[in-house]
Design a binder for this molecule. Structure first.
Ligand SMILES: Cc1cn([C@H]2C[C@H](O)[C@@H](COP(=O)(O)OP(=O)(O)O[C@H]3O[C@@H](C)C(=O)[C@@H](O)[C@H]3O)O2)c(=O)[nH]c1=O
Length: 179
């Protein structure tokens, strides 16, 4: 597998080795030993699977009480996946990184704990899987506005399909962040 650091501290892009043969393909989507060496140090305790209509945007999400590291990949269609470093002590605090994850390129993005995460679906019925290093905590959920002017994330659509919660995200400047 190929591991590429991103410009954000501890956030890495992984391209698993894909084995093709007459029957189809095989790949390891997670292997504790190799992913630890790649800079994915924590144990995962929850797996999520979501399906999104074209131009759905989910995010920017994080849990303030139980920060989650997330290993994200697409199994159908493609997304623009976005990680935002919201750790005040980090050298890359306030910076974002985006990458296309698709069922074609098989890339995985590791978004560490202490980051906000979001994505935009670039195809109809886009399905993603992500492993999380901590469990869901509804009371600790926080949402930063996807179109926050300070972060100025370059999204591929101007009027995405949003949940009511994501329509009311708070400004980055007003958000409760990590030390
Ligand atoms: C995230 C989550 C949601 N749910 C429930 C709550 C709700 O009724 C329904 C849909 O939840 P949401 O609208 O929050 O789903 P969604 O907008 O897809 O939330 C996700 O967005 C991406 C960007 C992330 O990074 C994830 O961590 C998560 O926050 O699923 C769980 O039961 N467990 C979970 O872990």
């Amino acid at each position: 597998m190929i591991v590429t650091p991103t410009k954000l501290e501890s956030c890495v892009l992984i391209e698993p080795r894909v084995f093709q043969d007459d029957r189809g393909f095989f790949l390891e989507t997670y292997n504790a030993n190799r992913y630890r060496e790649a800079g994915v140090p924590l144990t995962f305790v929850q797996d999520n699977h979501s399906c999104s209509k074209l131009h759905t945007l989910r995010g920017l999400h994080y849990q303030i009480d139980r920060p989650q590291g997330k290993l994200v990949w697409a199994i159908r269609g493609e997304i623009l996946d976005v990680a935002v470093d919201i750790r005040r002590s980090s050298p890359t605090f306030g910076q974002w990184y985006s990458v296309i994850l698709s069922s074609e390129n098989r890339r995985q993005l590791y978004v560490p704990p202490g980051f906000a995460h979001g994505f935009c679906a670039l195809s109809e019925g886009t399905e993603i899987i992500y492993k999380c290093t901590d469990v869901y905590s509804p009371a600790g959920e926080r949402t930063i506005a996807w179109n926050d002017p300070t972060l100025a994330i370059e999204w591929p659509v101007e009027t995405p399909l949003l949940s009511p919660k994501d329509s009311e995200g708070v400004l980055f400047a007003d958000a409760e962040l990590f030390d």
